[in-house]
Structures are given as structure tokens and as C-alpha cells.
Design a protein around this ligand. Structure first.
Ligand code: SF4
Length: 357
């Protein structure tokens, strides 16, 4: 899946999605100029021989000179038939023109990440997009010949209810309808929607760093509900292994004692755990027992507002006070706007020159 040139077009993101650690850690936004990117792209293609290039960043649709960049890359690489893919495009970006450009090249799938299926829950996580944004983006893509859409969601987000889960199917049906509405001569053949869901992992330095992850039984029943409700023609559904998500939750919010768990797991033969066939959940649980620790303490426990957190000694720029404020807004489903339109006071400006925005 990484067998291509990854051209990093910018770093940082100011959207403020509340589940996203990278969006907090990599502030502020820094864009590379198209001129610099053309140089890098030429060097990378010449040095690797890859025939595919992806524009990588946290939010490629927000890159200020996206259309100019895509046009320039096309001009340079059309003859070599290098295909261009645009991952992690936000659905509300003005991508129409960019899509039209890319459609002249080899088509890769369109990837959208609504993350949550109802407006209420998207507001909780501050994914400030609407159903209309989704419809508009896929309709534009269909009109430009796309017929394959990948959708990324998360299950087990804070405040999630069954209604939020049933709505996954509604989003899929919305896209099917948008495909039907697209004139046959414009759209590609045979709509294919791959919908995937990963279990939410609360991360340090995010507004959800105090939140509990669902326990394994709750996750299993939610995934069962999704499997049942997503039996829709043309839609394939996949999900991340919840046992891996639980381990991710333990390690990402672990304290120094997790070191012993990791060491004991290694002694028990746990290696290359990121590959499902090598992941031995039972051995990890044994390692917790060996170390006298309970994984629920790390994964499925809500922290108090004033609890000392293991990573509190690191200052990533965004303050703990701001993160707590954002958590309170999340629980009220109140949206915080993109700070490119005005500083929201995340704390970065305590460091002179750190945020030029
Ligand atoms: S300091 Fe203000 S403008 Fe800069 S990243 Fe933080 S909220 Fe956004």
C-alpha cells in the first residue's frame, strides 16, 4: 500500500478534529510551495521509478494552491503516465476542479473520511462537514468518471448511540443515490463503496485524552450492529480488529509501567504485532498479568479533570486548558471553527513566532 511516492505537501492542520492527535501535535500549518514540490517530485520519480504518486498531508484539500499543484504535476508527469492519488481529502474542500484534473490521469479511488455518520456526532468530534458536503463531493467525483469510493468511519466515539451506528448505512445509501442521479454517460461503471470503521482510540494531547474507550463487549456488540445494518448491495464493510485498538489504547496512554508489559510480551514471543497474523492478544493479556497491571486501567477508564497524566511533563504547544475546553464543547456538540479564520487560543502563541497564522 505504500508502494508509491509520498509527496508531503504540508504539515499541520488547523481544523481541530477532536480525536486527532496529529492535528494538535503538528501545529501550526506549514505549506510547501508548488515550486519546491515540483522539484521534489521530479527527483523522487527519477530516483525510484515509481508510477504512482500520492499527495500526503493531514488535510490535502486545504492546501492553498492545490489546483495549481495538480496541474503542474500533470504537465510534468502525463507522458510518463504517473498516476496521482489524493488521499485524505476532506469532503468539504473545493475539489471539483482538482478532481477534473486528476480524472485525466489514471483514476485511483476517491477517499472520504466523514469519521461519524450523524451531524450530531460529527459536531462532537468537530468534523465540521455536512451531509450536503458529502453528496456534493461524491457527485463531483462521479461526474468525473469515478465509481469507487472509500469511506472511513470510527465506531465507539464519545457520546455515540445506536442511532449514530445505524446512520452508517444512511451515508452509504446517500452515495448510492448520488451515483444514480449522475448521468450514465458521465459516471463510471458499477459503483463500489468500501466502508471501513476503526474503533476509536483516545489519544494524549487531544480533547478526548480523559475519555474511556468502550470495553471489548460493547465494541463487539457495536460491530455486530454495523455488520447487520450494512448488508447493502454494492457496499463492502470492513473493520479494524478491536483487540488491536485496545492494545493501541493501552500503549498510547500508558505510563512508565507499560514498559514492563511490553518487555514481558516480547519475552512471550510478541513481535511484529502490527501484522494481524503475528498479533497474540492472549499473550499481551498474560504480560499484563505478569506485570500485575490491568489493561482496563489504561484503556476503558475515564480520567478525572485534575488527574496527573503520564505525558503532562511534555509541552506540545497546545495547552491542557484548551484541550479541556474543547472536551466540554464536544460534550455539548459545539463546533470550534478552523483557526485559519481567527485564532482560537490553543496556546501555541505563548511561544513567540511559533504560529504565524
Ligand atoms: S495559535 Fe491560534 S492560529 Fe495558531 S494554531 Fe493555535 S488556535 Fe490556530
Amino acid at each position: 500500500m505504500h508502494d508509491r511516492v509520498a509527496l508531503e505537501i504540508m504539515r499541520g492542520c488547523t481544523r481541530g478534529c477532536r480525536f486527532c492527535q496529529a492535528g494538535m501535535l503538528y501545529r501550526p500549518v506549514r505549506e510547501r510551495s508548488p515550486e519546491k514540490l515540483f522539484q521534489l517530485a521530479e527527483k523522487l520519480i527519477a530516483a525510484t521509478g515509481y508510477e504512482e504518486m500520492s499527495l500526503s498531508s493531514l488535510s490535502t484539500g486545504d492546501y492553498g494552491r492545490l489546483v495549481e499543484l495538480i496541474k503542474g504535476l500533470m504537465e510534468r508527469f502525463a507522458q510518463q503516465k504517473v498516476s496521482l492519488s489524493l488521499p485524505s481529502l476532506r469532503v468539504d474542500s473545493d475539489v471539483k476542479e482538482a478532481l477534473a484534473q486528476v480524472s485525466e490521469l489514471k483514476k485511483s479511488g476517491l477517499t472520504l473520511a466523514p469519521e461519524a455518520a450523524t451531524q450530531r456526532l460529527r459536531d462532537v468530534i468537530n468534523k465540521g462537514i455536512t451531509e450536503e458536503d458529502i453528496t456534493r463531493s461524491v457527485s463531483d467525483a462521479f461526474e468525473n468518471g469515478w465509481s469507487s469510493v472509500k469511506l472511513y468511519f470510527m465506531n465507539s466515539l464519545p457520546t455515540e448511540t445506536d442511532e449514530d451506528l445505524h446512520a452508517f448505512g444512511d451515508v452509504a445509501r446517500l452515495i448510492i443515490e448520488a451515483f444514480r442521479q449522475t448521468p450514465k454517460e458521465k459516471r463510471g461503471k458499477g459503483l463500489n463503496i468500501s466502508l471501513s470503521s476503526s474503533t476509536f482510540v483516545p489519544k494524549p494531547f487531544t480533547p478526548f485524552q480523559w475519555d474511556a474507550q468502550d470495553d471489548m463487549e460493547t465494541i463487539a456488540s457495536k460491530l455486530a450492529l454495523l455488520r447487520r445494518s450494512l448488508k447493502i448491495k454494492g457496499v463492502s464493510f470492513s473493520w479494524n480488529d478491536p483487540e488491536l485498538s485496545r492494545m493501541e489504547a493501552c500503549i498510547s496512554r500508558g505510563d512508565r509501567r507499560m514498559g514492563e508489559v511490553i518487555y514481558k510480551a516480547w519475552q512471550r514471543g510478541c513481535k511484529m504485532d502490527g501484522w494481524r497474523e503475528h498479533f497474540k492478544y492472549d499473550q499481551w493479556m498474560e504480560a499484563f498479568r505478569d506485570a500485575g497491571l490491568d489493561p482496563s486501567f489504561y484503556a476503558s477508564r475515564e480520567r478525572a479533570k485534575d488527574e496527573l497524566l503520564p505525558w503532562d511533563f511534555i509541552d506540545c504547544g497546545v495547552t491542557r486548558q484548551y484541550l479541556w475546553l474543547e472536551r466540554e464543547r464536544a460534550l455539548k456538540a459545539t463546533v470550534t471553527p478552523d483557526c485559519r479564520g481567527g485564532c482560537e487560543g490553543c496556546g501555541l502563541r505563548r511561544f513567540p513566532g511559533a504560529c504565524p497564522a
